[in-house]
Design a protein around this ligand. Structure first.
Ligand SMILES: NCc1[nH]cc(CCC(=O)O)c1CC(=O)O
Length: 308
């Protein structure tokens, strides 16, 4: 196999993930791999909520341009940052085994959400986290918090918040697992579709590479994340939508749990649904996702989606 260049963002997390895939390609495929670091629009815009300036695609587009121009052949993404439908000419060809999918409670004074005093200040810019926090603790004040993981932790340490909520996977990957005071239960703070998983993207015409990378896919993660992403796609999936979707395998059954909040009125009740099945291929996994989306619709999801 020829040399593979991986296009990657330059945040510490993105570089860790790219290095991780580089090592895997070297070990498992005997490939020669180099990294090409790039800055994306999503990395530059730190002052506004991402949902207001264009959403998930912002972290991905520059990397795709590098693939298009053949300056790189592979892009490694946190799957949750990848839009539900890739632009024409690109394909998601492998999904690696998932890290811890849970959200983590991080604080210097408090061990868990339950310990936070009335009216405490929590930092997060994720609408999905906001609506679930409001549901668990209506008294909390929640303020925006953007930037890469190190920046967010620094803002916490400078005293800007009583606690913040971050993906456990990112913290663990960067060796910051000791900052996690507790993890939220999966059914209390349902993760975002794809959280904790890595997705590999190539040009759709890269047949040999597609075939080689496909062998790296973790099948249970692939099926679970297909189901999750199908929910989001069905409901019009953008990150301006406070949607949570997480599927996990329990005794051979894939259990998919979803929640949708109102984007402008986070205090309105969360819509929730749970479905399960035994999908063995992508189509069946996606069908499970559609079933969950349908269950949300029967509860009035349209009313929550209209304004987004
Ligand atoms: N939204 C940014 C982002 N993209 C991926 C991760 C963490 C790693 C992952 O979930 O795979 C994070 C940080 C966070 O949400 O706290």
């Amino acid at each position: 196999m020829e040399k593979i260049v991986i296009a990657t963002r330059e945040s510490r997390l993105a570089l860790w993930q790219a290095e991780h895939v580089k090592a895997l390609l070297e070990q498992r495929l005997g490939a020669t791999v180099e990294l090409l670091g790039m800055t994306t629009r999503g990395d530059q815009i730190l002052d506004r909520s991402l949902s207001k300036v264009g959403g998930k695609g912002l972290f991905v587009k520059e990397l795709e341009t590098a693939l298009e121009e053949d300056r790189a052949q592979l892009a490694v993404h946190s799957l949750k940052d990848v839009p539900m439908d890739l632009p024409e000419g690109f394909a998601l060809v492998a999904i690696l085994e998932r890290e811890d999918p849970r959200d983590a409670f991080v604080s210097n004074q408090f061990a868990s959400l339950d310990e936070l005093p009335q009216g405490a200040l929590v930092g997060t810019s994720s609408l999905r986290r906001v609506v679930q926090l409001k549901n668990l603790r209506p008294d909390l004040r929640i303020e925006p918090l953007r930037g890469n993981l190190d920046t967010r932790l620094r803002k916490l340490d400078e005293g800007g918040y009583d606690a913040i909520v971050l993906a456990a996977a990112g913290l663990k990957r960067l060796g910051l697992g000791q900052r996690i005071r507790s993890c939220f239960a999966l059914d209390q703070m349902i993760p975002c579709a794809g959280q904790g998983a890595l997705g590999l993207e190539v040009r759709a015409d890269a047949a040999a590479l597609t075939q080689a990378l496909g062998t790296l896919t973790d099948q249970p993660t692939w099926l679970a994340t297909q189901a999750e992403r199908a929910v989001s796609r069905s409901l019009g999936g953008s990150c301006s939508m406070p949607l949570a979707a997480h599927a996990r395998w329990v005794d051979g059954q894939l259990q998919l749990e979803v929640a949708l909040g109102h984007p402008e009125h986070p205090e309105r009740p969360l819509l929730k649904a749970r479905v399960q099945g035994q999908p063995t291929d992508e189509a069946a996994a996606r069908a499970l996702g559609l079933q969950a989306a349908e269950a949300l619709r029967t509860q009035g999801a349209e009313d929550y989606l209209r304004c987004a």
